[in-house]
Design a protein around this ligand. Structure first.
Ligand code: HEM
Length: 435
């Protein structure tokens, strides 16, 4: 059972091969279960969502970094926080982020090396962190960005290690990992808290996510706006939820495009259609229909959020099994998306399956890159627009070459990462490969 923690996806695949798509098992201290039948998945995430909550281990472990933010909260508290945060993701608000994202992407493109291999995955991480920071907190001096990157990465590493330990030690024990995690959380707070305090003093709408949180007042109870602790938790949550998801999606995308040059050429042709030299309008990005099909297909094969966890609030019957209150249940998009019962030729990279004219249909609950039901991703539109903008801008500027021998092996961190990173060679459009 230690395999559960060392090779999580391997464990789930192995158990599914042996016992089918719905099973339960005792794993070290936890009683766990797998629900990977589309109809049942839909029941758990959407139809009967009120009977399931986030798991206690998620809250205990990830909560050390992001408190009780949206990715961990449940019930009335979650509902209220989600209502307060929602306006930050409305279309009108997203429009105002596009020029900010455009400016950052322009700088990124101008600093990408050409003619030699470089670690594209690392650069994409910095890029998406800068975008979340700029749209979330407003402008900050560049040295804060370095501190922020260090803190957020430290949190990701620390939380992943906690999740991988079969029996995590209590937070107060001064283990190296606990100490590192605490330092990273303190470093994140040291960036976020002064900004919150400053904004409280000068409470105007600066057009960023933080303004939305600070100005948000509950429509049902005007007195109950968010406390500083809640704002801090939600901001930390957005960093964790909104940064590596998009950077890993883009890393997988470039990897697959490097292997499928004809698909990349179509992405380039589409990118050439949008006006250059100014921030794209929402409508320009919406016209990138083929590019969006590519992103959907990448998220099918490499869903950044490869696992969703829930526990029932009382005993439930699902698929002929009885699952007890508090039992940790897995829904695994990684496996659902690769199941031949749900997708034809599932191992094949074929963006056409998402064409508006496609005849292939897949069952409800079988494709879940952004989850489903009330907890589905609040940043979905944001993430897709951001990825479209970045991908189109790079496609317009560069041809790609994937160095030989790049592995596509995934690593199940908090999100699904390329285990060996992603080296890539960019060349100005139309330049000949060197002999
Ligand atoms: C391609 C990028 C992204 C992917 C694939 C993704 C995926 C997901 C998934 C699968 C969930 C559901 C989790 C569950 O049911 O337990 C989720 C929730 C969430 N995501 Fe994303 N996400 C992405 C981008 C973002 C961005 C950019 C943000 C914010 C800036 C964000 C913020 C959140 C939050 C706050 C939740 C919790 C929502 C709730 O429970 O109310 N995500 N995301």
């Amino acid at each position: 059972m230690l395999l559960l923690y060392r090779d999580f996806l391997g464990f789930l695949e192995d158990m599914t091969r042996r016992y089918g798509s719905v099973w339960q098992a005792r794993a070290v201290t936890e009683h766990v279960g797998m629900i990977n039948e589309p109809e049942l998945v839909h029941e758990v995430l959407a139809g009967r969502a009120s009977e399931f909550v986030r798991t206690r281990s998620q809250k205990r472990l990830i909560g050390r970094a992001v408190g009780n933010g949206l990715i961990l909260s449940d019930g009335d508290f979650w509902r209220r926080q989600r209502r307060l945060a929602q306006p930050a993701f409305h279309q009108q608000r997203l429009r105002t982020y596009l020029p900010v994202i455009h400016g950052i992407v322009e700088r990124f493109v101008s600093t990408c090396p050409t003619g030699r291999n470089f670690a594209l995955d690392e650069k994409l991480k910095e890029l998406t962190l800068e975008i979340v920071a700029a749209t979330l907190l407003g402008t900050r001096p560049p040295d804060d960005l370095g501190k922020l990157a260090e803190a957020v990465n430290g949190i990701q590493v620390g939380v992943t290690r906690l999740l991988r330990t079969g029996i995590p030690l209590p937070a107060w024990l001064p283990t190296p990992n606990n100490r590192r995690l605490q330092r990273s959380v303190q470093a994140l707070n040291a960036v976020i808290l002064p900004i919150i305090a400053e904004r409280r003093r000068d409470l105007g709408d600066r057009g960023d996510l933080l303004s939305m949180f600070l100005l948000a007042a509950d429509s049902e109870d005007e007195q109950r706006s968010m406390t500083d602790d809640q704002v801090r938790d939600e901001v930390a949550t957005m960093f964790l939820a909104g940064h590596d998801t998009t950077s890993h999606l883009l890393a997988w995308t470039f990897h697959l495009l490097g292997q499928h040059p004809h698909v990349y050429r179509r992405v380039q042709e589409e990118a050439d259609q949008i006006p250059s030299g100014k921030p794209p309008a929402m409508e320009d990005l919406r016209r990138l229909t083929y590019t969006e099909m590519v992103l959907k297909e990448v998220m099918r094969l490499y869903p950044p959020v490869y696992i969703l966890l829930r526990e029932p609030i009382h005993e439930v019957e699902l698929g002929g099994f009885s699952f007890s209150r508090g039992q940790m249940l897995f829904v695994c998009p990684w496996m659902l998306h690769r199941d031949p019962r749900n997708f034809k030729n599932p191992a094949e990279f074929d963006p056409e399956r998402f064409a508006p004219s496609a005849t292939e249909t897949f069952p409800r609950g079988a494709y879940l890159p952004f989850g489903a039901g009330p907890h589905q991703c609040i940043g979905r539109e944001f993430g897709v627009l951001e990825a479209l903008l970045i991908l189109a801008r790079i496609a317009r500027e560069f041809d790609l070459e994937l160095p030989p021998g790049q592995s596509m092996e995934p690593e199940a961190l908090i999100t699904l990462a390329p285990r060996h990173g992603l080296k890539m060679l960019f060349r100005p459009r139309g330049a000949r490969p060197s002999p």
